[in-house]
Design a protein around this ligand. Structure first.
Ligand code: GLA
Length: 395
């Protein structure tokens, strides 16, 4: 974490609340290299935490000066909201950005942590709606701010934030985004086993780099289609279990089992399952190729992943496909795919470091011509996970 965004959050806290914050926390966004839409089938994913993060500065507001209120100010929304801290547990979702921190506060209450009157300030460098997981960055940084130094082990923190999103926000998400935001590590990708919830750090070979390109769109379909895919995976498991009762999630299904069960499944459900089963295998192959420095195979697996998401899982869109196809025609690019939930957001492209500048120009020009919009481009620097920043240490 760099001190500069923290300092800006602190300065903004002072000008908003008229006092110094007592603490600040940060949590990063992520880009997923491979293993898309596999986490809620308890499979494998390979994200990296980014140096784009959400910062939350906080101070107790106390009674009577704070009248027992919890206040949250969002720099991005230029909006202040407040509640009686004592009533947080009874709130219902408002379909508003505050559902993320309030959902987290409710899960903390459920886990036995009191939510004290406090002032919070949120500032983020994770672009919203970009598929780089601004939601998890907000959940995890808000959780650390609410905890205000009280201990919660990292895995419980990630799981609590996932529950907040599932129970309060209403998105039946997997564990990937919250997990990588907590467990991210500098210079490493993190291979997460979404069943055991263990991980290993994966060092990427020298001579390659990753860049995210933002379509600047998020189609309205994203939320409902995500829920549909979760349901289709459950339907696939139910169908496959008739033949293979030992199967508990798509994670357990071998390519041979899928082949023998597929004819008895609805065609769409069989295609969804094929994506998950092949994608899980691709994660393992990608990690092995990375260990061997086989950058050509890594690139090929990225493209296979995209085609599977495009045709079998059907979560891509014209803008993402265009960015992938354009990237693949640029010299120095090894592979490219959509990343995150889909229906907009970003692609991730693996390329030679010396090709980055040319890539950025070529992509911007082509995208502008096709969609009359300027795609934002982010270098993906694998960064550390969430943490508290104590007064005096960094600000
Ligand atoms: C979203 C969800 C994750 C994961 C991805 C797709 O980011 O929050 O849990 O399912 O989509 O891989």
């Amino acid at each position: 974490m760099t001190a500069d965004p923290v300092r800006r959050a602190v300065a903004l806290f002072r000008s908003t609340y008229g006092v110094d914050p007592a603490a600040a926390a940060s949590a990063p966004g992520r880009v997923n290299l491979i293993g898309e839409h596999t986490d809620y089938s308890l499979g494998f994913v390979l994200p990296v935490a980014l140096d784009l993060a959400t910062y939350v500065a906080t101070a107790p507001s106390g009674v009577p000066s704070g009248h027992g209120k919890l206040r949250i100010y969002s720099e991005f929304r230029k909006e202040m909201r407040e509640w009686n801290a004592a009533e947080i547990g009874a709130l219902t979702p408002a379909r508003h950005w505050t559902d993320y921190p309030i959902g987290v506060a409710q899960e903390l209450l459920r886990a036995g942590f009191a939510i004290e009157p406090a002032n919070l300030l949120i500032r983020s460098t994770v672009p919203e709606g970009s598929g780089l997981s601004s939601s998890a960055a907000l959940e995890v940084s808000a959780a650390l701010a609410f905890l205000a130094g009280r201990a919660l082990d990292p895995l419980s923190l990630a799981r609590l934030c996932q529950r907040a999103e599932r129970n309060f926000v209403g998105m039946p998400c997997g564990i990937m985004d919250q997990y990588i935001s907590v467990f991210g590590r500098e210079h490493s990708a993190v291979e997460i086993d979404c069943r055991s919830l263990g991980h290993r750090f994966v060092e990427l070979p020298a001579g390659i780099t990753f860049v995210a390109v933002n379509t600047m769109v998020k189609h309205a379909l994203a939320g409902s289609a995500y829920k549909e895919r979760v349901a289709e995976c459950a339907a696939a498991v139910a169908g496959i279990r008739e033949r293979f009762p030992e199967v508990e999630s798509l994670r357990d299904v071998s390519p041979e089992q899928l082949e023998s069960a597929a004819p008895s499944l609805p065609a769409v459900v069989a295609r969804r399952a094929r994506h998950v089963v092949t994608e899980d295998a691709r994660v393992g192959r990608f990690v092995e190729a990375s260990a061997r420095g086989d950058v050509a195979l890594m690139g090929k697996l990225l493209v296979e992943s995209h085609r599977s998401l495009q045709h079998d899982y059907e979560v891509s869109c014209a803008e993402l496909d265009f960015l992938v196809d354009t990237a693949l025609a640029i010299d120095g690019v090894y592979g490219s795919r959509m990343t995150g939930g889909g229906f907009g957001g970003c692609t991730v492209t693996m390329l030679r470091p010396d090709a980055v500048a040319r890539f950025g120009e070529g992509m911007a020009r082509a995208y502008q011509r096709q969609f009359q919009a300027t795609p934002q481009i982010y270098a993906c620097r694998p960064s550390a996970g969430a943490g508290e920043v104590k007064d005096g240490e960094e600000f």
